[in-house]
Ligand binder design. Structure first.
Ligand SMILES: Cc1cc2nc3c(=O)[nH]c(=O)nc-3n(C[C@H](O)[C@H](O)[C@H](O)COP(=O)(O)O)c2cc1C
Length: 320
């Protein structure tokens, strides 16, 4: 009986960790099926963004971030997780099975990353004009490598190119009526709403940095225009361009974001340009087969951004 109670509370803590993951437009496009062996993680296709994510790439990254948190929670609990990617060819939406394996002593890194899961938040405000120390940049690169991905920290030239592409994409998307309709759906406030981007999380307007204007369809939301840092630290995350590569990218992204949190860094994703093939292809490298999966801005901020709500666990459980 005691064992059963323990397993239930362990399961709840695994799922709470998984659902704290970031997701595109806070769609939380995941479903979990706990069973005797472990936890099956499904894509919730009803929450896929048809306009900006017709292939489900960003959906899969989001699920990958949740899978990383699930693995991390198991490790913190002293269980070595075993991950099976796409374990059933007859169930294409079953993206991963995570099985808590034999006992393992959680490392200091695991404890630190697990402790950062609920502190990590997307920060869309201005950052200080301070360089990210080289040692921390190397740690972020190593965090991505530990999950089989490549994180490239851009220099001044690369940053200009990448931000130029994001600006280009931003202009394209803001002029697209379907984009605005989709964005409006995920930023429309409603009493008790626990997904999408809340008004408090929209962030200020920026004249200089091409952050995604999540308040584009919210003229009613009062948002100041802020002065942003002049030299942002911009990184691009790469993996193979397959569904398995996308899931890997999501896990690597989350490990990078949690590592940043542990080191006192804030982060924002700017993924607009990767939602247009013509721009995404320019950032990808056919020689290595690597494709750009995420663009992240890092920096220091004194502001604690508003937390974005998550759906209750009862909404994300499925029987498979
Ligand atoms: C694949 C992916 C793409 C994202 N793209 C953007 C983006 O372009 N702009 C942005 O501000 N946030 C972006 N986000 C962050 C989400 O909006 C954020 O994770 C979600 O609203 C939940 O908030 P939280 O990160 O504070 O928990 C992205 C997240 C993921 C996983």
């Amino acid at each position: 009986m005691r064992q059963a109670t323990r397993s239930r509370s362990a399961l709840m803590s695994y799922l709470a960790s998984a659902t704290a993951a970031p997701s595109v437009h806070n769609t939380q496009p995941w479903l979990f099926h706990p069973h005797r062996e472990g936890i099956d993680v499904y894509a919730d296709r009803d929450r896929q963004l048809a306009v900006i994510d017709p292939d489900g790439r960003e959906l899969t990254l989001s699920v990958g971030a949740a899978v990383f948190n699930l693995r991390l929670a198991m490790m913190r609990d002293g269980r070595l997780p075993q991950l099976r990617v796409a374990p059933d060819p007859d169930a294409p939406d079953l993206l991963a099975r995570v099985v808590p394996g034999g006992p393992v002593r959680p490392s200091a890194t695991v404890l630190a990353l697990a402790g950062a899961v609920t502190r990590r938040r997307s920060n869309r405000g201005p950052f200080a004009d301070l360089a990210v120390p080289v040692r921390v940049r190397e740690e972020l690169v190593a965090a991505a490598a530990a999950e089989g991905a490549v994180l490239v920290m851009t220099g001044p030239g690369g940053r200009r190119v990448v931000l130029g592409m994001v600006t280009d994409a931003d202009r394209y998307w803001c002029a697209d009526a379907d984009y605005r309709r989709e964005l409006a759906e995920w930023t429309r406030p409603a009493p008790g709403r626990r997904d999408g981007i809340a008004t408090a999380a929209l962030g200020p307007r920026s004249d200089t940095l091409p952050l995604r204007d999540l308040g584009l369809t919210r003229p009613d939301a009062v948002r100041p225009t802020a002065t942003f840092e002049e030299t942002s630290t911009i990184a691009v995350l790469y993996t193979a361009d397959t569904p398995a590569g996308w899931l890997r990218a999501g896990q690597a992204l989350q490990r990078v974001l949690l590592t940043a949190t542990v080191r006192g860094l804030s982060a924002t994703l700017l993924t607009q340009s990767l939602e247009l093939d013509r721009l995404r292809d320019r950032l990808s490298d056919p020689a290595t087969g690597r494709a750009a999966q995420a663009i992240v801005r890092f920096g220091f901020s004194r502001q604690t951004p508003a937390a974005s709500a998550r759906r209750p666990l009862s909404d994300v459980l499925t029987t498979g």
